[in-house]
Design a protein around this ligand. Structure first.
Ligand code: SF4
Length: 230
């Protein structure tokens, strides 16, 4: 986990801020943010005019400030000021989707309900041939099927770590990758090519070839039949 946090509340706030930003950037913002608003109750009472400058560097700061206050108010109003411990309750908080809920459960509360599927997990699961899906929920289901449950959280962290440092979106470093010997996308992954895309392309090509062969066979049979009649 590359976001700094000391409690589930802090990780929740940091994860909301991390959307469309980097963990490194968020780690420069959160110390002052949580010093000013140390509890959900304090954040629930925040004046947006005072909160916005604190989260400004994270981008989309107005929406994020709104989500932070909304999340804190929901914690106070519905959960006694505590972070809830189920996927359904967490996902219902403002600014929190299934991905963020899985992050909080797995990394701050030690509860495993699903697999975090972000942009890195999506790309790597496809390249490694663990899924052919593009939808996050379907990718999560595929990973939950192939992984032992006690690996759901650490495996996602490993993919994210690997995706940031080795298997980057545009220029994966297959030459120095420890997974190259078993990865079906080694040497061919790039801007758009993924194992799934490659498989789909190959299948479509094979289908076209089979259709062409069937057409030729039918034509030859017809010619043969006509010749026999003569
Ligand atoms: S071999 Fe290449 S495509 Fe496969 S995981 Fe490693 S860097 Fe990514």
């Amino acid at each position: 986990m590359e976001l700094d946090f000391e409690s589930a509340y802090q990780l929740l706030g940091a994860t909301i801020l991390a959307a469309q930003s980097t963990d490194k950037m968020i780690n420069t913002i959160t110390p002052a943010l949580f010093a000013r608003y140390p509890t959900p109750a304090a954040l629930a009472e925040a004046d947006p005019a005072e909160l916005v400058p604190l989260v400004f560097k994270s981008g989309f700061y107005r929406n994020k400030a709104k989500s932070l206050i909304g999340m804190a108010r929901a914690l106070v109003a519905k959960h006694g000021g505590e972070v809830p411990r189920t996927l359904a309750e967490l996902s219902a908080l403002p600014g929190v989707g299934r991905k963020t809920a899985n992050v909080i459960l797995g990394s701050a509360l030690g509860i495993t309900e699903g697999v975090v599927v972000d942009t890195h997990v999506t790309r790597l699961a496809q390249r490694l041939g663990l899924t052919t899906e593009t939808d996050a929920v379907k990718i999560e289901q595929d990973l939950m099927t192939v992984l032992p449950k006690d690996q759901w959280t650490p495996f996602a962290h490993r993919l994210i770590w690997h995706g940031r440092r080795v298997c980057m979106a545009k220029k994966p470093d297959c030459e120095h990758c420890v997974l190259a010997a078993t990865c079906p996308s080694a040497g061919i992954a790039g801007t758009t090519v993924t194992a799934a895309a490659t498989t789909k392309t190959k299948t479509a090509k094979m289908d076209r070839q089979a259709a062409a062969r069937a057409k030729t066979d039918a034509k030859q049979k017809k010619t043969l039949k006509a010749a026999k009649k003569k």
